[in-house]
Design a protein around this ligand. Structure first.
Ligand code: TXA
Ligand code: MG
Length: 330
């Protein structure tokens, strides 16, 4: 590890981080979901740099991060619907991104020429301080090379980009799964484009509105709506197989099997490495470790990774969505 790439989340580190961003350079930033690769969203040069560093196709739009609703108003045609405004105020700052109609202030390269823009007011204390210091909207995709596993620690970013990108170290990400993405384009209902830490149930109960999910089929057929939802994503280089019950798989010596909860004595006789993510089977605790574990075993000498699907509730839905795509073949 070269400590030169890391900035501490103290006064000097934050000042340096702000200088980097104000001079239109790129910086990796901590958020409560995953680390982001941030740059001035109003500078087309900087936005192009983000796409290049990440090797992200230009048709896949970025999320813009801000610290205040005033900034959101400038970047969007702000919704008039009171239920929507109440929903924004409830969940922000937080692990949720909303899609608005964009104002002309947002460069087209940020939104991949779409008329809409994705915006998030994050809750991570260090990132919020930085956003206030810089006082610019920051475009930031997850700080992983395109289609590889998302980073949930500063070291993960360093492992992928080395000294090329300075990193503001804000510790381990609290959720470990990317934000829920919700479209506000139809003011009569909320549409979840990507499941995340904020569940449909919570959205429904706070907004009092109908909440719909973009179906799997629609997602595959309609990359136009949320282009980042291509089937294979978040993927390790090693083969990854998902399972519900241990009896569904036949792991071999040299494979690793990851469970979200502790395993029974009889399951421990498997001829391979066993690992569980939460001592008490807490899916939130386990979710935080999913990307990190995928990285560990992808870099290990084990040949195949088996990963147990999570219960399909709460954050488990988001984890299962990421695991399915990490395991997809194309
Ligand atoms: O938690 C997160 O959301 C992290 C942190 C860094 O904020 N960011 C993140 O960014 O996951 P990224 O670029 O990896 O994923 C952004 C997702 C993609 O699926 C993209 O297609 C979608 O948001 N998106 C962005 N702008 C959109 C738009 N205008 N309409 C529909 N989907 C959009
Ligand atoms: Mg991503």
């Amino acid at each position: 590890m070269n400590s030169g790439a890391f900035l501490l989340p103290n006064k000097e580190g934050l000042q340096r981080a702000a200088e980097i961003l104000k001079s239109d350079q790129i910086l990796a930033v901590p958020t409560e979901t995953v680390y982001g690769l941030a740059g001035n969203a109003l500078s087309t040069n900087t936005v192009h740099k983000i796409f290049n560093v990440k090797k992200r196709p230009s048709y896949d739009p970025l999320i813009v991060h801000v610290h205040s609703l005033d900034q959101v108003r400038k970047l969007t045609f702000f919704p008039k619907n009171e239920q929507i405004v109440k929903t924004l105020l409830h969940f922000w700052p937080g692990a949720i991104t909303f899609i608005f109609r964009k104002s002309s202030l947002v460069p087209n390269c940020v939104t991949a020429n779409k008329e809409s823009v994705a915006i998030r007011i994050p809750g991570h204390n260090v990132f919020r301080q930085l956003l206030q210091l810089v006082d610019l909207p920051l475009a930031a995709p997850s700080a992983n090379p395109f289609s590889y596993i998302s980073p949930t620690q500063a070291q993960h970013v360093y492992d992928n980009f080395g000294d090329e990108i300075p990193i503001l170290d804000g510790g381990v990400c609290h959720y470990g799964v990317e934000s829920t993405v919700v479209s506000l384009l139809d003011e009569k209902q909320l549409e979840i484009l990507r499941p995340g830490p904020v569940s449909a149930k919570e959205l429904e109960s706070v907004s009092g509105m109908k909440v719909i999910h973009r179906s799997k089929k629609e997602k595959e057929n309609d990359l136009e709506i949320s282009p980042g939802l291509s089937k294979r994503h978040y993927s390790p280089r090693k083969p990854l197989t998902l399972f519900d019950d241990i009896s569904d798989i036949q792991p071999q010596f040299g494979d690793v099997v990851i469970f979200y909860k502790p395993i029974s004595e009889s399951d421990k006789t498997l001829p391979c490495k066993n690992k569980f993510l939460s001592e008490i089977g807490d899916i939130n605790e386990a979710a935080q470790k999913v990307f990190s574990e995928l990285r560990i075993w992808d870099q290990s000498s084990y040949s195949r990774i088996y990963f147990q699907r999570f219960p399909n509730t709460g954050i488990g839905k988001a984890v299962n969505d990421r695991l399915e795509r990490a395991a997809a073949q194309e």
